[in-house]
Design a protein around this ligand. Sequence first.
Ligand SMILES: [Zn+2]
Ligand SMILES: [Zn+2]
Length: 401
Amino acid sequence: MNAQELLKNAQALQDEIQANRRELHRHPELGLDMVFTKAFVVEKLKEMGYEPADCGEGGVVVTVGGKKGGKCFLIRGDMDALPVDEESGVEYASQTPGKMHACGHDTHTAMMLGAAKLLKAMEDELEGTVKLMFQPGEETLQGAVAMVEAGVLENPHVDAAMMIHSSTGLPIPKGMFLVMEGGYGSASCDQYKITVQGKGGHGAMPHLSIDPVTAAAHIHVALAELHSRELESTTFGVVTTGMVRAGVAPNVIADTVEMEGTIRTGDEKVEEMLMRRVREIAENVAKAYRCEATVEYTKHCPPMIADDIVAAPAVGYMKEMFGEAVLPMSRLLGGNKIGGGSEDVAFVSSKVPATSLGFSMSPANSPYPQHHPKAVFEDDVIHRGSAAYAYVAARWLEDHK
Ligand SMILES: [Zn+2]
Ligand SMILES: [Zn+2]
């Protein structure tokens, strides 16, 4: 398979991929609620000769190739938007107030549709099967786990997987790719809610009350010390309490305090340890101040760690196609191996070897990062994403038949 030929074929689809992307951008949808998006994707896939299948709530799967036997490679594109009011000023801006494709998942969906077309055109040559996973609910960490539970990794069994995430505001030029080396990845995320129960009362008579604010303050300080006292200095682990709610009036001792936050790390053992310690600290510090604390974990996403079985060859394939426009993730992360954000494709990568690519869709250091209401993903380079999806999948199958 010739990388430059495939890239040229992708270039020829530029207008179509861009038009699809803009239509999706006008109609953002949240979480698992993908009524417009799913119908759009299904119709486009059917036009190309696919038979799209539902997978979990809001998810769509198709396969292509397999005529020569071989392994199965999964490519994943997420489809959901964010509850953000768009202020980008682009002519194809969101038509739904309060919803915006501010993370660029519209570009992923359109790139995947472009890849679907490229792969269909070379179906007879594929040395295996490519499975295309159109996923809802990434921002809410619901979509990938739902599709995994609905069987996306079986029939046929998936041997390796790859995803692409577009970006804005990074210090790299537009059209450039970031490639993950084995061992690199994104953080786990566990969201906690601590409820500290005291006994409310009159602000003038604390001795008749049990003040949960004092207990919560000590819990907060103890949690902030976890990293420096209980983890090795080079281990990545962050505990952040981002929300604290208590009280109704300055002269009333609160009855309860709610503290909500997230734990992030790149290692499942550290994740387990931090989750256990947050619980122990909250419960026991509360007790020391005569309160009761309960700890609930409300959301979970494992770390996504790139596996060299697919990451190392993917770096090579990307260089075959894009030459110098490919930068190893390590160059951007400094000494770290784990980026702080989380990615729910981790539910896939914790089951099968996987890797992740970054794709810059803005000039270097453009002012607005993704999730910002003014973020703009410039789609004049979007066909490169489709080419990358199709080529990495096809080349990996060729090398692993
Ligand atoms: Zn996002
Ligand atoms: Zn995203």
